[in-house]
Design a protein around this ligand. Structure first.
Ligand SMILES: *[C@@H]1O[C@H](CO)[C@@H](O)[C@H](O)[C@H]1NC(C)=O
Ligand SMILES: *[C@@H]1O[C@H](CO)[C@@H](O)[C@H](O)[C@H]1NC(C)=O
Ligand SMILES: *[C@@H]1O[C@H](CO)[C@@H](O)[C@H](O)[C@H]1NC(C)=O
Ligand SMILES: *[C@@H]1O[C@H](CO)[C@@H](O)[C@H](O)[C@H]1NC(C)=O
Ligand SMILES: *[C@@H]1O[C@H](CO)[C@@H](O)[C@H](O)[C@H]1NC(C)=O
Ligand SMILES: *[C@@H]1O[C@H](CO)[C@@H](O)[C@H](O)[C@H]1NC(C)=O
Ligand SMILES: *[C@@H]1O[C@H](CO)[C@@H](O)[C@H](O)[C@H]1NC(C)=O
Length: 807
């Protein structure tokens, strides 16, 4: 126990929490967890002890009238009880005073904007200051949580430096006629020179020769902390500062997501420049690189797009560590780093900078996000191979990405609440807007190297700010699609879609999925029927991603892929129009008793088609694409029973792989099909699709209602079950009764072997999709040979009819 502190406003006793994990590399001097509105100590799910703040509100008559404790009426599934279910509500200005050691602190504010008895949370607007910094102004937790992607709760993380003999004062001030609230407050010490208070002093503003002094007067707000190429790292797995790291999948631009090498056995050799607390080992052991094919890599940028608030400078920290055994020397993997389309670093060579394999290093840059409307804009981080000195590999790598907002000169970090309205823009204004942007870049580029030009730069930014404000008043959201210039698919109006779907008539729904509903429809002027997929607002991240996906999908034309015909984005809708597949999903023909069972040879042909479709995505498409959601409902059949893979490219918009979803939910959500290596080792590769395809193969062989029922009660899933049968040589007993006796034994043996290989625990041991195509074709050949023999034996009477047709 440390101190008892009486303040005029509030009396607070706090305890420094015992370090949770003894193994954590860093032990904070202060770690306060305050569960606001709680009357006693409570333990959160992650095992941390939170101190209640309610005991002390009676100590002061002022606090009694200005604040009270409340309990949320409803616990959303994504929300833990501690600290979210209790809240402190403020009707007037209220200050928490934390006596902490001097130095930089993480300050985390936890908000659960839900129902509290007698309060309308939508009317809560308030400001929060910490010492002399404005952290939030007229902030609506409700509006922030309601913005895409919707969140159950909000955690705001700041870094504020506390001076000698000072305390950390956190003040909540409701906006006029409103109230403030908070569910939890966390204060954690951090090493003096981790982010602000840089030991090597200054960080360059990208595209200029201007350096930012990130000293102890700078306050930061964490915008992103990503474990690139890996999954989420929870607060208790951090290096002792309780930072949360998220997977980067949701921020990758387009479908070109490269590959995610993971070296679990690597030894991370921290250094004086990159001390052990900088980032957890797993951040450096996982990475994202561009992929094995030089010609592809030289043609694209591996890009992350992170929306940020306009009108602030941002500190961008990139973490690197070469852990792949083949990269040990300088000039093996060399690449350029672009931030907001400007070169931040030419010819980055991680080994040359760090000194060796397994040695982590990070690089800091500052970028400017110009003022403007809408109040958020995208911050682009891109890497691209450099070929200048002919390095051994044409590739690039990133392991971690942190982005922090820097306080403005007036000490404010506050941004407006997210905008909700949508305003249309005329093409002319849009054109002007983009011209301004280009000029802006040119000016920044030209300012390199001279002191007077810095003045020019800032004058320009100032001019640009005024200018953009005028233009952007009309351009809140871009309505001019980049596709109207002739990408191979059509634009449909919402009226077309409404007519075609009879106002999204439920009777026309032919599919429901994580992305939204699929309707069957007939669009006037088209000769054929279409499938109309209406993405629900929960399932996408935004317009940019939508365009990227359409652009990519419309370029993919292959016999075994469902083709995109067009799209509609009127009224913020995100609607995709596809060829309608007369024969529906493969699943339907496997499980639905009303359907005539598919003959074995036809099943083989369908498998071969689907495998070819996936192989095309993996190796022949312009960009390598991992489907991520291979299952029998995503294999469709056209009028000639040709298999067409559907729903590729959309997975990134889907809820299944959202970075914040706990892994248990993900496994449940994709029951049975999920690559076990993905949730064990947090890497998603083409081999994850191969695994899922292995499950499909067993379903094709075994699926019938009996299997389905069995699956429900057995957690091992179809895959595990079928594998056991293969092992015990009882596979014949579980194949679809309709197929009994119709599969040539050698064909069955090969088929089961393919499925078994696809389901190998270790991705590397699984075949590629192209191997799978080859082996399935071989299996088909075995079947045909056997049937031909059979036909000869049966003789003239049945002539050339195959076994399948006989029964
Ligand atoms: C709350 O937890 C602290 C340890 O963090 C302990 O010292 C204190 O006695 C607890 N208070 C109550 C009321 O249980
Ligand atoms: C805030 O700034 C004032 C002077 O502007 C200073 O006197 C005061 O100590 C500062 N407060 C804190 C908590 O640093
Ligand atoms: C606070 O924000 C809301 C919505 O973002 C706005 O309607 C209101 O006018 C703002 N109030 C103040 C005092 O700025
Ligand atoms: C910042 O650093 C300076 C010099 O190192 C020191 O005098 C000052 O007290 C520090 N301020 C804070 C807020 O820690
Ligand atoms: C970077 O370039 C891309 C493509 O040219 C463009 O869409 C994007 O808006 C640019 N980003 C910034 C921050 O200028
Ligand atoms: C990569 O990004 C940079 C900066 O935006 C751009 O100049 C370059 O053309 C991009 N390269 C590719 C292949 O997209
Ligand atoms: C942050 O705020 C401090 C004091 O409020 C100020 O001195 C400093 O210049 C600000 N930083 C930036 C980047 O504007």
């Amino acid at each position: 126990m440390q101190t008892i502190l009486v303040s005029t406003v509030f009396l607070l006793i706090f305890f420094s929490a015992a370090p949770l994990t003894n193994s954590a590399p860093y032990t904070p001097t202060d770690h306060i967890l305050l569960n606001c509105g709680a009357s006693s100590n409570t333990t959160s799910l992650d095992g941390q002890n939170w101190v209640g703040d309610a005991d002390y509100k009676y100590s002061s008559s002022i606090s009694k009238s200005s604040s009270f404790a409340s309990i949320a009426s409803y616990q959303e599934p994504s929300v833990t009880e501690v600290p979210y279910m209790t809240a402190r509500i403020f009707h007037g200005k209220f200050t928490y005073k934390f006596p902490v050691s001097p130095g930089p602190k993480f300050l985390r504010l936890y908000f659960y904007p839900n129902e509290y008895p007698g309060l309308d949370i939508t009317t809560s607007f308030f400001s929060v200051t910490a010492n002399n910094y404005t952290l939030l102004h007229n902030f609506s937790a409700y509006l922030v949580a309601a913005t895409n992607p919707q969140k159950g709760f909000i955690i705001k993380e700041f870094v504020v430096t506390v001076s000698n003999n000072k305390m950390l004062h956190v003040t909540f001030s409701p906006s006029p006629y409103s109230f403030a609230f908070v569910n939890g407050i966390e204060v954690v010490s951090m090493p003096t020179h981790l982010y602000a208070g840089q030991k090597y002093g200054s960080v360059r503003l990208v595209g200029t020769n201007y350096f930012f002094e990130l000293d102890n007067t700078t306050a930061l707000e964490t915008a992103y902390r990503l474990n690139v190429g890996g999954g989420d790292v929870s607060n208790i797995d951090d290096t002792g500062m309780f930072r949360t790291w998220h997977g980067d999948m949701d921020y990758i631009f387009g479908a070109a997501s490269g590959v995610a090498p993971f070296e679990p056995e690597a030894t991370i050799k921290y250094t004086l420049a990159t001390p052990i607390y900088t980032a957890p080992q797993v951040v450096y052991k996982t990475s994202r690189t561009m992929g094995p094919t030089a010609s592809i890599n030289s043609n694209y940028n591996l890009t992350w797009v992170c929306p940020v608030d306009s009108g602030f400078y941002y500190l961008v920290r990139l973490h690197f560590c070469e852990t792949q055994p083949e990269v040990t020397m300088p000039n093996q993997r060399v690449f350029n780093i672009f931030l907001n389309n400007q070169t931040a670093e030419a010819s980055m060579d991680v080994i040359a900078v760090s000194g060796g394999n397994g040695v982590p290093v990070y690089r800091d840059y500052v970028v400017w996000a110009p003022h403007g409307s809408p109040s958020t804009q995208d911050l682009w981080v891109a890497i691209h191979p450099s070929t200048k000195n002919h390095p051994e590999f044409i590739d690039a790598i990133l392991n971690g990405l942190e982005i922090f907002k820097l306080n403005k000169t007036d000490g404010s970090l506050a941004a407006p609440n997210p905008e909700v309205e949508v305003v249309h823009i005329s093409p002319l204004l849009e054109q002007k807007h983009s011209k301004t942007r280009r000029k802006f870049k040119a000016v920044i580029g030209a300012t390199m190297g001279s002191a007077t030009s810095l003045f020019l730069l800032f004058s320009y930014i100032f001019w640009q700010k005024k200018h953009l404000l005028l233009i952007q008043k009309f351009s809140q959201r871009r309505k001019v699609s980049p596709l109207s210039k002739g990408i191979g698919c059509k634009h449909f109006s919402l009226a077309d879609i409404l007519t075609a779907t009879n106002n999204f008539d439920d009777a026309l729904v032919i599919g429901r999925g994580g992305f939204g509903n699929v309707y069957k429809g007939h669009i006037q002027g088209l000769q054929y029927e279409v499938a109309i997929k209406r993405l629900n607002s929960m399932s996408h991240q935004g317009e940019n991603e939508f365009w990227t996906e359409i652009e990519m999908l419309s370029q993919l034309r292959y016999i075994n892929l469902v083709s995109l015909i067009g799209y509609c984005n009127d009224n913020n809708e995100m609607i995709l129009v596809y060829d309608y597949m007369v024969n529906g999903t493969l699943r339907d023909h496997l499980y639905n008793n009303d359907k005539i069972p598919l003959p074995w040879k036809q099943r083989l042909q369908i498998c071969i088609g689907a495998a070819r479709g996936l192989d095309y995505l993996h190796s022949s498409a312009v960009q390598r694409i991992i489907h991520r959601d291979v299952k029998t409902t995503n294999i469709l059949l056209d009028e000639k029973w040709v298999a067409k893979v559907s729903d590729f490219g959309l997975s990134k918009m889907g809820p299944i792989f959202m970075a914040n979803v706990p892994i248990t939910t993900m496994v449940k959500g994709t029951f049975g099909y999920m690559d076990p290596e993905y949730y064990r080792r947090l890497q998603l590769t083409e081999k994850s699709d191969v695994y899922s395809f292995g499950v499909v193969l067993f379903e094709v062989l075994c699926a019938r209602p009996a299997v389905d029922i069995k699956l429900e009660d057995e957690q091992i899933g179809l895959a595990g079950w079928a594998l056991k049968c293969v092992e015990n040589e009882t596979i014949e007993q579980i194949i679809d009764p309709y197929l009994q006796g119709k599969i040539a034994p050698e064909c069955l043996r090969v088929f089961a072997e393919i499925a078994e290989n696809c389901l190998r625990e270790v991705g590397l041991e699984r075949p590629t999709m192209s191997d799978v195509v080859g082996m399935l074709e071989f299996a088909l050949q075995l079947q045909e040979t056997a049937e031909a023999k059979q036909t000869v034996q049966v003789g003239d009477r049945i002539q050339a009819r195959t076994i399948d047709e006989v029964v």
